[in-house]
Design a binder for this molecule. Structure first.
Ligand code: PAF
Length: 273
């Protein structure tokens, strides 16, 4: 695994890959604090490409002023060990100065998709995501990019950005990777102690309990009952000590964002499979 910190090194290492039509390049963008969910993205990348590149960059542009940029988990040494074990080819860890945030081309996330769900409570978040991903797509020039479906709205927004910016990149969505308890894996789970982790698994459990009912209510759509079912999930979460940001139905999925203490957790489950 080559560890790359500078743009000119990136160009040097990737030039032969870009030049060889038999060497397809798959890219897994991350903000580090890697867990088994990230490793599952790497496995997905290996299904489609010969060369795998992972980036680690905690992107200040996607954090709001009162969000957790400063406390966001950083574990670069452990991350490097995990990536060695996952046998990737390149790890790109640019310094903050290397990326020059102020001079990046600003990309606005799709207006329709970014005004719902997390876009409502995290103003500017998806513009920050698109701006950095656009930058990395332009510098890394991958054939594929793998994004986890835990951030399903992000997947939709990046798909749209790929179309709008005419990137020749195929987005590969990867299913949510869960703890045995059902808790969706996330770097932010490191904010939770063991008891909170057990409690956090209730998000998945509460959606799963309504899944069958919701499936039955969809064809033909029975809007009032669907709303009741969504309200049931909200109520259960509130009663279990969560501060619910949203429970909503989009793209045939139920989406939940809820705070456990100061930790914002998100999850989603496909209702129509
Ligand atoms: O999903 C993430 O970890 C981030 O939003 C991403 C795609 C690495 C951009 O900073």
């Amino acid at each position: 695994m080559q560890i790359i910190r500078k743009l000119d090194e990136l160009n040097e290492f990737l030039a032969p890959v870009w030049a060889d039509d038999n060497d397809l390049l798959a890219y897994v963008p991350t903000m580090g604090a890697l867990h088994s969910g990230h490793v599952s993205l790497i496995h997905k990348a290996k299904e489609v490409a010969q060369k795998i590149i992972v980036s680690i960059f905690v992107n200040p542009l996607q954090f709001g002023p009162n969000e957790d940029l400063d406390s966001y988990p950083r574990s670069i040494d452990e991350d490097i060990i995990k990536l060695w074990a996952a046998e990737i080819d390149y790890l790109y860890i640019p310094e903050l100065t290397e990326v020059e945030l102020e001079s990046l081309t600003k990309i606005n996330a799709d207006r329709e998709i970014s005004k719902i769900l997390c876009g409502k409570s995290r103003s500017g978040h998806f513009d920050g995501v698109c701006t950095i991903v656009n930058h990395f797509f332009k510098t890394i020039k991958p054939d594929f990019a793998v994004f986890g479906e835990k951030d399903f709205q992000q997947v939709k927004i990046i798909e749209q950005m790929i179309l709008e910016q005419a990137f020749n990149i195929t987005l590969i969505p990867a299913p949510i990777f869960r703890e045995a308890s059902g808790l969706a894996m996330s770097s932010r789970n490191s904010y939770l102690d063991d008891q909170e982790k057990t409690q956090a698994a209730f998000i998945y459990e509460s959606i799963l309990k309504e899944k069958q009912l919701l499936e039955d209510l969809l064809f033909p759509p029975q809007e009032e009952q669907i709303l009741n079912s969504i309200n049931t999930i909200k109520e259960k979460l509130s009663n279990a000590g969560f501060r619910v940001d949203y429970v909503e139905f989009h793209w045939s999925r139920i989406f939940v964002a809820a705070y456990l203490g100061n930790t914002r957790l998100i999850d989603n489950i496909e209702i129509v499979t």
